[in-house]
Design a protein around this ligand. Structure first.
Ligand code: SF4
Length: 423
């Protein structure tokens, strides 16, 4: 037994409810366990119990042993003087909390609660409830996934709100920064965001009709135009960038921030920067278009971009490939951008406008995108939990990263159902 488990048992009534009595021998009925208090003071607030013929409403404190009351010094704390109940696992010291009725739970908790809890806590499996979550109803899992997705977006969008406030509520700018970070995908998201933040949006916007100048700005600010090149193309970009850098007094980020190691060449940051420049070049009022589109079919043409022709035969400057290939943004990259930038920004915009219908649409958009394939969704699939769309795969990522890997099974709906199950 530990404090967290005792609290869980109390909160979800995982003990035999009949035949309860206080340590003084009076019959006891729990009408309401109270509201879990995460701040200082008693553990549960505004509980309701009936002792003998008297109904009491008030706060409830929990301890593993009744002697903990004295150890924690509650006898000298005014916040603990008017409790209606002291719930303990073991009543080792009689009347430790003078004038407060005591309920000892030890004999009332069924053995399966301990067995299922230790099964989850002691396993060395990557997924502690492997082989067990199947006994939880689908409807319970689906409701839990919806809450996890909301939690994921809440965490993510808190940072975006800060970015928005830092850019004087300029949504175009938020989209520019988040889209740039997304083009860096997992490995180069940070340098890509730094690149965008080093180049105010009004500058690429001013040069959006000239792709060479856009590439010069982005590659130059990425710190990638500082070498002695052989090819004409990077030398031309260098000349353009020298001029634009002086004109706008730009300061590039450091080239060493970019990672190429262990990446597929199609994902090299050089290719992604060229594609990002192509996106800026082709887009007209991209933010408005993104806010107004709600289906994958409508969004795909907006993101249908390919790197300029030099990149048909290169993955890096001055290193020619034998084969020619167009470097388009692939379908999985487009899906990744819908999941990580477009749907969340639509949701945030709708929330700021207080438009419930638009919020719903951004969730529907996510549901229309196939589930992501990565190590975590594969782990779930191997354990018989298959995400059917990106909304579910995002929720499963949240579940694994924030709950399973930290063994927070007591805070998880699946964990609750496994622990309370008698089988
Ligand atoms: S947190 Fe939930 S889903 Fe994850 S291992 Fe524990 S019980 Fe299973």
């Amino acid at each position: 037994m530990n404090e967290a488990l005792l609290q869980f048992v109390w909160q979800y009534s995982l003990y035999r409810l009949t035949g309860l009595q206080t340590a003084a021998g009076e019959p006891l009925t729990i009408i309401h366990c109270g509201r879990l208090n995460k701040d200082a003071g008693p553990d549960f607030l505004e509980g309701k119990v009936k002792i003998g013929n008297t109904t009491l409403v008030g706060n409830i404190e929990l301890h593993i042993k009744s002697s903990d009351w004295l150890k924690h010094g509650h006898q000298n704390d005014a916040a603990y003087q008017n409790l209606i109940l002291h719930v303990v696992f073991e009543n080792d010291v009689k009347d430790a909390a003078a004038n407060t009725p005591v309920l000892e739970l030890k004999e009332h908790i069924p053995p399966h609660v301990f067995a299922h809890y230790s099964g989850l806590m002691q396993t060395v499996q990557k997924l502690p409830c492997a082989g067990q979550h199947q006994k939880v109803k689908d409807i319970t899992k689906e409701a839990w996934l919806s809450r996890l997705l909301a939690e994921r977006w809440e965490q993510k969008l808190a940072d975006w709100n800060v970015l928005l406030e830092n850019s004087a509520e300029d949504w175009r700018n938020l989209l520019y920064w988040r889209m740039a970070a997304n083009f860096g995908f997992k490995t180069n998201a940070t340098p890509f965001l730094m690149l965008a933040q080093s180049l105010p949006l009004n500058i690429p916007t001013r040069h959006k009709d000239n792709l060479t100048q856009l590439e010069a700005l982005f590659f130059g600010q990425a710190g990638m135009l500082e070498d002695d090149f052989k090819d004409d193309y990077p030398r031309e970009l260098q000349r353009e960038y020298d001029y634009l850098r002086k004109k706008y007094q730009l300061k590039p980020i450091k080239q060493h921030l970019w990672k190429f190691l262990r990446m597929r060449p199609a994902n090299f940051p050089t290719i992604r920067i060229a594609q990002f420049a192509a996106l800026v070049h082709k887009s007209i009022h991209l933010f408005s278009q993104i806010i107004e589109t709600h289906t994958v079919k409508e969004i795909e043409p907006l993101l249908d971009v390919k790197a300029s022709s030099y990149w048909d035969t290169h993955f890096q400057f001055d290193v020619a490939q034998k084969q020619t290939s167009k470097k388009s943004l692939g379908a999985s990259s487009v899906q990744n951008i819908i999941i990580n930038t477009i749907a969340p920004i639509q949701f945030l915009y709708a929330a700021r406008q207080d438009t419930h219908k638009l919020q719903e649409r951004s969730l529907q958009l996510l549901e229309a995108v196939p589930a992501e394939k990565n190590n975590i969704t594969r782990l779930w699939a191997e354990n018989d939990w298959h995400a059917v769309n990106a909304a579910q795969s995002q929720a499963l990522l949240q579940l694994y990263n924030n709950y399973c890997s930290e063994k927070r099974c007591l805070e998880c709906s699946v964990g609750l159902n496994i622990i309370r199950s008698a089988s």
